[in-house]
Write a protein that binds this ligand. Structure first.
Ligand SMILES: Nc1ncnc2c1ncn2[C@@H]1O[C@H](COP(=O)(O)OP(=O)(O)OP(=O)(O)O)[C@@H](O)[C@H]1O
Length: 459
């Protein structure tokens, strides 16, 4: 579902990152080897196809020549029958020439005219000669055809051998390619692990009032408050002028990991009104991360609601089986095209709880989780992979004093802040490699457990 044009910046970024480290360089070399092998494989497959064509052409020729030989044999048999018939006729004529009874002195003339007899004799000789010539021509033709057939069978045999060798070579290349693909995946994964399985990006929102944020370089922002400057480090900082495209490009490496079969999660975290929904969903003209890449659920006041069901029922529960965490009964919709994704997202968005607060007239009152199961298959190697991409637009943290929330808004704000605190505790425990990670402190962290543990990647 990803647009081709969106992949270009990814290639450029990955290449730049790769060339800067030895393992990255090795990965690039692997990619080159794989490309080379793919090319060889295609050439071999073309050769095999040509051999197949040549083989079927030769088989046709052989069939035609076999027909010709059969036809000639038939003609020869007919000629021999004619010759036999002529011989019989001559014999009967000659028999008539020698009378069985003693000559009758009263008969004045012989029964056969001698000139006729000579003529027949001459014709017989000529017939014999032409018969011999015909026989020799037919034998010669037969010998030629046999010879040609022999050559054809030879060629066919050689072609079959070449075809066998080519098939074997193709199979070897295929298995080598399979190995290289697996190695590429593992190297790519190692590279991402070196960069960190959890990577944090900061997007500075365009602000109408004077900004208290200052982007000092690609990985640092300074927060200026009452004259104090506090520095914060990130894996990447996007300036206020950065576009939806720029942010999406930053997420592409982990999306590649998802296609490679890893669990991947992209979370948008920040204060209310800071642009999380804008970054994840965006608008029709300026789509965000979600749209480009499906179950959809929201966590509202710590209860799970299915956003894609046509008949909303009671809230859903979380089920844990081994390391897998699932939500039984959650609607899953199959998507094949970008249009499918758009219509599913539109439906889910309509069902989401949104309300006006003092700080954002369209404030999300729930955490939104979009999960996309991605199945990848390599047509050449036949290898398949399955990964999950979880896209999460968190509700914004709120200072009740600032939002002046009351009534239902206050209940929502309390639930939002509680679950965000639980998320903070999980990240804190992950950061210091704690033995116990408190995933079960909230439904949000419980659901995110598979995306935050093991070899999963988070942006
Ligand atoms: N980078 C941006 N460029 C242009 N407009 C933006 C940008 N970021 C946010 N906005 C606008 O700011 C307003 C608030 O953004 P948004 O609703 O995405 O915030 P939020 O963090 O999701 O808030 P909440 O947590 O309350 O739901 C929206 O009108 C949005 O269009």
């Amino acid at each position: 579902c990803l647009e081709k044009s969106s992949c270009k910046p990814l290639q450029v970024e990955i290449k730049a990152t790769l060339t800067s480290t030895p393992s990255g360089q090795a990965l690039l070399d692997r990619d080159r080897v794989i490309e080379d092998m793919r090319h060889k494989l295609q050439t071999k497959e073309k050769e095999v196809e040509n051999l197949f064509q040549r083989n079927s052409y030769l088989t046709g020729e052989v069939r035609y020549l076999t027909d010709v030989v059969q036809h000639l044999n038939q003609k020869l048999a007919e000629l021999e029958a004619d010759q036999q018939e002529a011989r019989e006729k001559i014999r009967s004529l000659l028999n008539r020439r020698t009378p069985a009874v003693p000559p009758d002195k009263t008969t004045p003339k012989p029964a056969v005219d001698p000139s006729q007899l000579r003529k027949v004799s001459r014709l017989t000789r000529e017939l014999n000669i032409s018969n011999k010539q015909l026989r020799s021509t037919a034998h010669q033709a037969l010998a030629d055809i046999k010879n040609q057939l022999g050559q054809f069978y030879d060629t066919v045999g050689k072609l079959a051998q070449v075809e066998q060798e080519a098939t074997k070579e193709t199979e070897e290349l295929r298995s080598l390619y399979r190995k290289e693909v697996v190695e590429r995946k593992s190297l790519y994964n190692k590279l991402l692990e070196l960069q960190g399985n959890i990577r944090v990006f900061c997007r500075c929102r365009k602000s109408l009032a004077s900004s208290c944020l200052e982007k000092t370089d690609d990985q640092e922002v300074v927060v200026i408050q009452k004259g104090n400057r506090k520095k914060f480090q990130f894996d990447k900082v996007y300036s206020p002028s950065s576009t939806q495209e720029d942010v999406f490009t930053g997420t592409l490496p982990v999306i590649t990991s998802c296609v490679d079969g890893y669990n991947v999660c992209i979370l948008a975290y920040g204060q209310t009104g800071s642009g999380k929904t804008y970054t994840m969903m965006g608008s029709k003209e300026n789509p965000g991360v979600n749209i480009r890449s499906i179950s959809m659920l929201e966590i509202y006041n710590d209860t799970l609601n299915d956003l894609l069901t046509k008949s909303p029922s009671a809230s859903l529960d979380i089920r844990v089986q081994g390391k897998a965490v699932s939500v039984p009964g959650l609607t899953q919709v199959q998507v094949q095209t970008e249009t499918d994704i758009l219509s599913v997202m539109e439906m889910g968005e309509k069902n989401r709880k949104i309300a006006s607060t003092k700080m954002n007239i369209q404030s999300s009152r729930s955490h939104l989780m979009v999960a996309l199961e991605v199945e990848g298959s390599d047509e050449v190697s036949g290898l398949t992979s399955r990964g999950t991409l979880t896209l999460c637009d968190l509700a914004g943290s709120e200072r009740i004093s600032k939002t002046e929330a009351e009534g239902q808004r206050l209940v929502e704000a309390a639930a939002i802040n509680k679950s965000l605190t639980a998320l903070g505790q999980v990240f804190g425990a992950l950061k210091c490699n704690a033995l116990h990670i408190p995933f079960r402190n909230s439904k949000l962290t419980h659901l995110l457990q598979p995306c935050l543990s093991g070899d999963a990647k988070v942006n």
